[in-house]
Design a protein around this ligand. Structure first.
Ligand code: B16
Ligand code: MG
Length: 219
């Protein structure tokens, strides 16, 4: 019996990928590395430092910076990103999410956030949904990023639920792998090909209907 839902943020609740892209692009331009939107797809769900490593690898610059210099570069990107998310409002919730969250609360289902983003709590406040969530897993306390199941296992633990009592919702392949490895029912948002490993997939967030999900997850 499903008692909890564990959500990814970027690409499921709101689309912050464009802001991440703009901030990384500015840094990449400065470092003379060419970053395009296709490459940005591979950064979805990946932690800040891992994203920076991938961008530096793209420019064959992985050996060029010390740990301290990389931290400064990541901070610089984050300062730009924080300016870009200043204008986020409840209107930036992806289609269908407001209704889905309301239906989950009405059904007494507990909610957790399992986002790799350290800016998650600020974005949730700006979206006006922070109070709906019982748990926000702190990504700073994780040893391994997605596709490792750690963040989803912690989400279930912090909800005081067994993995089999939870549903996880993700838009990234690495995220679906993480949910599956945690023993949680996975719901994917995206194309059939990208969400191939999901237990249940929908094309976009407007198609995330609580009754449809529960029917499958509880069977
Ligand atoms: P921050 P998610 C992820 O969010 C983003 O998809 C990814 O692009 C970003 O690098 C990561 O959060 C870390 O974000 O720099 O704000 O800590 O999909 O896990 O909600
Ligand atoms: Mg995501």
């Amino acid at each position: 019996m499903i008692k909890g839902f564990i959500f990814d943020l970027d690409g499921v609740i709101t689309d912050t990928a464009e802001y991440h892209y703009q901030a990384w692009k500015r840094l990449a331009d400065k470092l003379k590395i060419s970053l395009d939107r296709e490459m940005n797809e591979q950064l979805k769900g990946i932690s800040r430092m891992d994203s920076l490593d991938r961008i530096l690898a793209l420019g064959n610059q992985i050996e060029s910076y010390s740990v301290e210099e990389k931290e400064r570069l990541a901070d610089e990107k984050n300062e730009d990103y924080k300016k870009l998310i200043l204008d986020v409002t409840p209107a930036d919730l992806l289609p269908g999410i407001s209704d889905l969250l309301a239906n989950l609360k009405a059904a007494g289902i507990r909610l957790a956030l399992a986002s790799a983003s350290k800016n998650g709590p600020v974005i949730m406040e700006k979206l006006g949904i922070a109070d709906l969530f019982d748990v926000v897993v702190d990504p700073a306390g994780l040893e391994n990023g997605k596709p490792d199941p750690e963040i989803f296992i912690k989400g279930a633990e912090q909800l005081h639920l067994k993995p089999a009592e939870c549903v996880g919702v993700e838009d990234a392949q690495a995220g679906i792998e993480a949910i599956n490895a945690a023993g949680i029912f996975s719901v994917g948002v995206g194309t059939k090909e990208a969400m191939e490993k999901a237990d249940y997939a929908v094309a976009d967030t407007s198609k995330l209907k609580l009754t449809d999900i529960l029917e499958r997850a509880n069977s």
